[in-house]
Ligand binder design. Structure first.
Ligand code: NAD
Length: 361
């Protein structure tokens, strides 16, 4: 098969980690007989420098024309003082909107080889965990009506949490579909004891659940979910929640897995084409030194194969190669705490080559 992939390396370590993922995709192409056509475009600070805006129209066009998009990261101190419309982050929000991406998938798992990096209690770490957070990305309080007004006690500010049935239905379907590719269990998180929007959320999730009799669904209040994530993360398979609850809980989930350099993500919309990116930022403090951990981006490429192209076997092969590299003791500097004294961590290129060497059909 042939696939067209638009690359948005972005800023900081973005170009280093995206070229690592491209090497892995090319090797997958060789092993499994696929051809990936890559087009590289500007987005973020590099686009501001070259064209005066973070998201040139040519980049939007190339993303919409592609079968999928792989992003590194954008931003850095050089652009921090620019007006809001020219900030690199504006490019990220712009491309999500242009591609109609309303679902954010963030897997978080504990790699057995990296248990030492997990901040949880030993007995919880021993059980491990492997969960998928499904966060609604374009609705709720971040996009609702907001403002300032004169209230009962003087000046006040307000933000509005509003969800339509359509928005809840489509994110629920994304969660149930993801569960079918995993262990078939969904926990829907809300605050239905207080919020009307959560009561509609709960009703709607259960109505959609009837279309997925092979998947189990349980409700959990967000305050309890925040506790359960650190008390018993092994309890979760797929978690589905609103934009704001997902924003907070997905960061909690990423922290308990130990390293930011290992976590991939996918943003999906109505079409299968999506945007795949590591959850970390552009790490300007280590940019250009060839020491960044490329695994989150390599694993984002694996998610692309699974979700955009339905190439589950190929995605499994990448994930197995990453597991194997970690089990064999391969470490970049960010996960090197357990390296024996005198052993240097691998470079970004070195870790990429360790994964390439372990890729097999
Ligand atoms: P960051 O994720 O870039 O870095 C936080 C820390 O983690 C740093 O010490 C960094 O060196 C380290 N780190 C991150 N990724 C790593 C990797 N792959 N390997 C090894 N170490 C890694 O977060 P930050 O410092 O808060 O933000 C830096 C810039 O990135 C800012 O401009 C911010 O706006 C931007 N940002 C972009 C995105 C995105 O593009 N999606 C997301 C978050 C932050």
């Amino acid at each position: 098969m042939e696939y067209r992939i638009t690359l948005l390396p972005g800023d900081g370590i973005g170009p280093e980690i995206v070229s690592a993922a491209v090497r892995v995709l090319e090797k997958i192409g060789e092993i499994y007989g696929h051809t990936f056509h890559f087009t590289t475009c500007l987005m973020g600070g590099c686009a501001v420098d070259a064209c005066g805006e973070p998201l040139p129209q040519s980049t939007v066009d190339a993303c919409l024309a592609a079968d999928s998009v792989l992003l590194g990261a954008v931003g850095g101190p050089k652009w921090d003082t620019l007006p809001a419309a020219q900030r690199p982050e504006k490019g990220l929000l712009g491309i999500r909107a242009a591609m109609g991406l309303y679902t954010n998938l963030r897997p978080a798992r504990l790699y057995p080889a990296l248990k030492h990096a997990c901040p949880l209690r030993a007995d919880i770490v021993e059980k491990g965990f492997d969960l998928m957070m499904v966060r609604e990305l374009t609705g709720g309080i971040y996009f609702g009506e907001r403002g300032r007004r004169e209230g009962k006690y003087g000046p006040e500010a307000y933000d509005t949490e509003a969800y339509s049935v359509m928005e809840i239905e489509r994110i629920a379907r994304a969660a149930f579909e993801a569960a079918r590719k995993r262990r078939g269990d969904v926990v829907s998180i809300d605050k239905a004891n207080v919020l009307e929007s959560s009561r509609l959320w709960r009703e709607t999730v259960h109505r959609v659940a009837a279309e997925y009799p092979d998947v189990t669904v349980t409700d959990m209040l967000v305050d309890n979910a925040a506790m359960q994530l650190v008390r018993n993360p092994a309890r979760f398979d797929v978690v589905v929640t609103s934009n704001m609850f997902g924003d907070i809980l997905s960061d909690e989930a990423s922290q308990i897995s130990g390293s930011i350099g290992l976590l991939p993500s996918a943003s999906l919309g109505a079409t299968r084409r999506g945007l795949y990116e590591p959850i970390h930022g552009s790490a300007p403090d280590i940019a250009g030194q060839n020491i960044a951990n490329p695994l989150a981006t390599i694993l984002s490429a694996a998610m692309m194969l699974r979700y955009a192209f339905d190439l589950g076997v190929e995605a499994d092969a990448i994930e197995a190669a990453v597991d194997q590299a970690l089990n064999d003791g391969c470490r970049t500097a960010d996960i090197a705490a357990d390296l024996p004294e005198g052993v240097s961590p691998l470079t970004c290129t070195g870790m990429t080559e360790a994964v390439l060497a372990r890729l097999r059909a």
